[in-house]
Design a protein around this ligand. Structure first.
Ligand code: ADP
Ligand code: MG
Length: 697
């Protein structure tokens, strides 16, 4: 009998696998049909021919024509993967992951085997990987160890029209690499913008255009610019949903950022709930933004019973294509990293989109049939206020990490690097200056020993400096934890309607009035509770985010070993850790001016402690502090602050700050007749001074 049972179990097992195989077969067949129906499918042979005949090819095609998912596969199918990896870069992490997952499905392989992806701190590739999707940043860092990119037989730079800093730097590097790697194929793909410039930059490379299939889109503008685009967008989405009735057709809403998107989704949900019972009609509401967990991101491709409404950042403009969109609602703004000369650093700012963006957005409505686009701004705004194209990122951001990278690639004269659109020389000089202040560059502009170590870390210069400097102070273990915590969005969970409980839970972790140390405490407590999920839930901490921190931490520890940075623990010597933080951020130091009111010591710009900070309340204010970043919302808020001792600033940034001698010292000297007695010295204070004796001033 036992034998029989075993057999029957076996039998049922076989049966069930057979069944799943069959449904897998059906979905595989469906996917293959879908592949053949893409506009690029008819161009396959012509495309392969032009790629074979040229080292560089520019490929232009409407979003959704199949460039990202198909070209890599065509190349693999025709043997291009034999002598190297087929690499494809994406400006955005979300796109790299999502597209790799899709292509793995299309090839029926596990993600990370034949098809894989790599983004910062997350490498899903193996020795079998033939098609690798990655962010541009990852490829850029690979040039540090493999300067001719010998691993690759093809590099396809996708979404080149985005013109991220990394696109532009890679372009410059590719111009140097290509003549030395005649066997390397280089492909640049772009939505239909500015392809001529790419061609010119790469020696008049041929441009291949994939014929598009698009349907007419009716465009509507508002009579006046709307005062609150989130409210207007949710209202519009609900209106479309009811007007369309039982007819299919999905909605895509473009908003600038995460907070707006979450808010808009809530708003739409509320408005739907308020409808009378008999009028209720279902709609899936799906947010998508870069920091959304990837399982949730994938849901935008799920079919909806009647209709879905995707609320997205400009990630849905060209990087991701969802079929079936019939209506687009465009708020007209996006978030851009902009170098702000007033405060001397980059800030993310909500900025009007360009005309090119607006056209791309409306185009999303006409892929599968005629569509409609509702712009929440006037026609006059579109015609007269929007720029033709967005200013390339390289011309508007701090180039610190890029300068460091180029220097370590041996490109010493950054000002004459091959930029397609050179950044303003002031930007470069400012970045060189900041690196010099951090002692990553010497007076001649060459990398110092510290600078060379800093390059090893895939981090912004202040954070890599923090790790390198911690060795000297002997608090590396703690600093690596803090840096890892800063490398994820936020670990604190603050659900709606539970804000107070969440805030109380967070306050329990406040340590030494410092937000950096608070992060350290959260991590160490979690470790003490053996990385428990329950503990996270109880304390309003994101478990997934903590797991990621742990993973990032172990990668950073590994890099420290390679870079020979020894990590020691200082066992809760908090002032020591604060001093190390101070050493890395002294450019971002502020002095108290009034209650909860600070000014940046160098620029004099007023800035405020964020209400969620550990450094809040009258009794805990500090004379001096440093901050991680400045966020512009209703005011200029410093996010993640740590109080520091004024004397540290003078000690650690002597080229920057001087301590004016105390009144007593000067009086004494005056009495001794060594100084002009008419001058009245101010009381002891720290002043920002202009740096002296450097080559850039
Ligand atoms: P392009 O790069 O030219 O914009 P893609 O290669 O990204 O086009 O997409 C081609 C088609 O593949 C899309 O129209 C869509 O139908 C399909 N597709 C891409 N990613 C996914 C996904 N994750 N799930 C389902 N379909 C997808
Ligand atoms: Mg694409």
């Amino acid at each position: 009998e036992a034998d029989w049972r075993k057999k029957s179990q076996f039998g049922s097992l076989i049966k069930s696998t057979a069944r799943t195989d069959m449904s897998a077969d059906a979905s595989f067949a469906r996917i293959q049909d879908q592949r053949k129906s893409l506009p690029i499918f008819n161009e396959r042979d012509a495309l392969l021919r032009i790629i074979n005949d040229n080292q560089v090819t520019i490929i232009v095609g409407e979003t959704g024509s199949g460039k990202t998912t198909q070209i890599t596969q065509y190349l693999l199918e025709t043997g291009h993967g034999q002598f190297g990896i087929i690499g494809c870069t994406q400006p955005r992490r979300v796109a790299a992951v999502s597209v790799a997952r899709r292509v793995a499905d299309e090839r029926r392989c596990e993600l990370g085997s034949e098809v894989g992806y790599a983004i910062r701190f997350e490498d899903q590739t193996s020795k079998d990987t033939k098609i690798k999707y990655m962010t541009e940043g990852v490829l850029l860092r690979e040039t540090l160890t493999d300067s001719l990119l010998n691993k690759y037989s093809v590099i396809m730079m996708d979404e080149a029209h985005e013109r991220s800093v990394n696109t532009d730097v890679l372009f410059g590097l590719m111009r140097r690499i290509l003549p030395k790697r005649r066997d390397l194929k280089f492909i640049v793909t772009s939505a239909t913008m500015n392809a001529d410039r790419f061609s010119q930059f790469f020696g008049n490379a041929p441009i291949y255009t994939i014929p598009g299939r698009t349907f007419p889109v009716d465009i509507f503008h508002t009579k006046q610019n709307v005062p609150d685009y989130v409210a207007a967008a949710s209202l519009e989405a609900v209106r479309i949903h009811y007007n369309a009735g039982e007819e299919n057709g999905d909605i895509l809403v473009f908003l600038p950022g995460q907070e707006d998107i979450i808010c808009c989704c809530d708003d739409i949900r509320k408005k739907l709930e308020q409808q009378p019972q008999e009028k209720k009609r279902d709609m899936l509401i799906l947010p998508i933004y870069s920091l959304l967990p990837s399982e949730q991101q994938a849901r935008i491709f799920d079919p909806a019973p009647l209709r879905k409404c995707i609320v997205a950042t400009n990630i849905a403009e060209t990087s991701l294509t969802v079929d079936g969109i019939k209506y687009v609602v465009d708020a007209g703004f996006c978030k851009l990293k902009v170098y702000n000369p007033r405060i001397g650093m980059d800030t993310l700012q909500v900025t009007p989109i360009s005309k090119a963006n607006a056209l791309q957005r409306s185009g999303r409505a006409g892929r599968t049939g005629p569509g409609q686009c509702f712009r929440l701004y006037t026609e006059h705004t579109f015609e007269c206020d929007l720029l033709e194209n967005t200013v390339p990122e390289v011309q508007r951001t701090n180039l610190g990490h890029i300068v460091l990278l180029l220097k370590s690639l041996g490109i010493s004269d950054i000002l004459s690097f091959d930029f397609m659109d050179p950044p303003p020389s002031d930007n470069i000089i400012n970045s060189l200056h900041q690196l010099w202040m951090m002692q990553a560059l010497d007076n001649d502009g060459n990398l110092t020993k510290l600078g060379r170590k800093m390059v090893e870390f895939p981090l912004d210069p202040p954070l890599s400096k923090m790790i390198c400097f911690s060795e000297e102070l002997g608090c590396g273990s703690e600093i690596v934890t803090i840096v890892s915590m800063l490398s994820v969005p936020t670990v604190f969970y603050r659900p709606k309607d539970k804000e107070e409980e969440a805030d109380t839970a967070r306050e329990k972790f406040f340590t030494d009035k410092s937000d950096h140390l608070t992060l350290l405490t959260v991590y160490e407590e979690w470790m003490k509770h053996r990385c428990s999920r329950d503990w996270c839930n109880k304390n309003y901490i994101h478990f997934k985010a903590m797991e990621r921190v742990k993973d990032i931490r172990s990668q950073l520890v590994e890099i420290c070993q390679q870079a020979k940075v020894r990590l020691k623990s200082c066992h809760e010597d908090y002032p020591l850790i604060r001093k190390c933080i101070c050493a890395s951020y002294f450019v971002q130091a502020a002095r108290m001016k009034g209650f909860n009111e600070y000014i940046n010591i160098r620029t004099g710009v007023p800035c405020f402690v964020h209400p969620t900070s550990a450094l809040n309340g009258l009794e805990s204010m500090s004379d001096y502090l440093v901050y991680h970043e400045l966020v512009l919302t209703s005011k200029e808020f410093m996010q993640c602050v740590t109080p520091v001792d004024g004397a540290w600033l003078a000690e650690l940034g002597p080229m920057f700050f001087g301590i004016k001698e105390s009144y007593d010292v000067r009086k004494k000297r005056r009495l001794e007749g060594k100084e002009d007695p008419t001058e009245l010295p101010p009381p002891r204070s720290l002043e920002g001074t202009e740096p002296v004796g450097n080559m850039w001033s």
